[in-house]
Design a protein around this ligand. Structure first.
Ligand SMILES: C[S@@+](CC[C@H](N)C(=O)[O-])C[C@H]1O[C@@H](n2cnc3c(N)ncnc32)[C@H](O)[C@@H]1O
Length: 411
């Protein structure tokens, strides 16, 4: 049977994010001015001019990656992938001298939950790669090489069963980012159990911020940094912009390189957001501290201080080594936002943790009257050790872990 023809997509994007952040990401995508945006599983589907995708890439706090969807087709057997890949005009996207990699993900049909009959994404990538390479051989008599770690071009296949029992839809995309957009550039590689920056930004966005803001168990200070960046409207890509770095892989594609309008527009956007970041950081330098982080571990404190410095927020964020249970408020009102240790990742003894959660609840009750505390936690049994009544719960996923951000009003 002959494979279906690939259908070319022009201005379609899938923007991925950690599960639970879709609504926040949708709002960001709408602010940038896409024509149409809709929520999908762990992401948002957007349609609009290409420059909107590049603007989102510079601004987004919540996205993990932006994929430019380039082709869509259906397959009824694995081998179809070979013929479809061979039918795509790859020379409009990259050259045989450039390296590439292909990654395939499989998801169930959103309507019926039916799973794809294909179970091995590596085999699908391999078959698609054979077709792509043969197309280059047809066109140039030479082929691009595969590079798994830092390729020039990163191709993504998303395979989902259709409503029709016998076929699967495949969407071929270019990953525009290379490294995830959540890598802002201040993260120290030795940070223990840090929150992803985009998840931290979402938690910071989900609180009513009345300063001072305390993180009583701040680890590497991601929550404080991300909340401060958002409060001061500093674009999330600011460190790349200030250091004149271009970590984004889309710059290697001919889709971008051969479009003078897109190149010029991106240059202007970078200048605009760089200037915005410089102005905001200069204003911040005049301010006194209103974000306070505490951690009992001296290594975490040193690391947090280093990250705050790299982030350029040392005038407003203060980090001290202190046991959370000894921290006292310095004002009558304020906000606490903390990501409590789970045990799963930090291997802390569960009895110690139960004790810690209980004592923290008691400490907040006794010392922080008039404040609002937002605690981000996994594991229902531990949460119950806090003998306080939460009045609002939001669900976010930290990787695969379903977690809750609970608000406690401390009267
Ligand atoms: C889950 S980590 C926080 C990670 C942080 N949100 C980040 O992104 O890096 C929990 C932190 O709580 C700290 N911690 C545990 N018990 C503490 C206590 N009694 N007082 C202060 N810090 C504590 C640990 O040292 C660890 O750094």
């Amino acid at each position: 049977m002959k494979a279906h023809q690939p259908y070319q997509l022009k201005e379609h994007y899938f923007v991925s994010c950690p599960k639970g952040l879709e609504n926040l990401l949708l709002q960001e995508a709408q602010e940038v001015g896409f024509r149409h945006c809709e929520i999908a599983n762990s992401g948002v589907i957007c349609t609009g001019y290409n420059e909107k995708a590049l603007e989102l890439l510079l601004r987004t706090r919540f996205a993990s990656r932006i994929f430019k969807q380039i082709y869509q087709f259906t397959i009824s057997k694995e081998k179809d992938l070979y013929f479809l890949a061979r039918n795509i005009k790859w020379k409009t996207y990259f050259t045989p001298e450039q390296s590439f990699k292909i990654k395939t993900t499989l998801s169930p049909c959103p309507e019926t939950k039916r799973r794809s009959p294909y179970t091995n994404p590596l085999i699908l990538s391999q078959i698609f790669k054979d077709g792509l390479v043969d197309r280059f051989r047809d066109d140039f008599n030479e082929r691009p090489s595969v590079e798994k770690i830092s390729p020039d071009i990163s191709i993504h296949l998303h395979v989902t069963p259709t409503l029709n029992e016998k076929t699967d839809t495949v969407i071929v995309s270019l990953d525009l980012c290379g490294e995830p957009l959540s890598n802002r550039g201040y993260r120290h590689p030795q940070a223990a159990a840090p929150l992803r920056e985009n998840l931290a930004a979402a938690l910071g966005q989900s609180i009513e911020l009345q300063k001072p803001l305390y993180d009583l168990m701040c680890g590497s200070a991601t929550l404080l940094i991300e909340t401060a960046l958002a409060e001061h409207n500093i674009p999330a890509s600011y460190l790349h912009l200030l250091h004149q770095q271009d970590p984004w892989i889309f710059k290697n594609t001919l889709w971008f390189k051969k479009d003078p309008y897109l190149i010029d527009n991106f240059k202007k956007l970078k200048a605009k957001y760089r200037q915005q970041a410089q102005q905001k950081l200069a204003q911040i330098d005049q301010q006194s501290p209103s974000y306070f982080g505490f951690d009992q571990d001296p290594k975490a404190v040193a690391l947090a201080q280093e990250q705050v410095q790299i982030a350029g927020l040392q005038s407003i964020i203060r980090i001290s080594q202190q046991d959370a249970l000894k921290v006292r408020p310095q004002s009558q009102n304020g906000t606490i936002l903390s990501n409590l240790p789970y045990g799963v990742r930090l291997e802390q003894e569960s009895e110690d943790l139960e004790q810690l959660y209980y004592q923290l609840g008691e400490h907040l009750k006794a010392m922080f009257k008039g404040w609002n505390a937002y605690l981000f936690m996994e594991q229902a049994p531990l949460m119950k050790k806090i003998e306080l009544k939460g009045d609002r719960k939001l669900i976010f996923y930290n990787g695969q872990l379903e977690c809750r951000l609970i608000r406690y009003r401390l009267f």
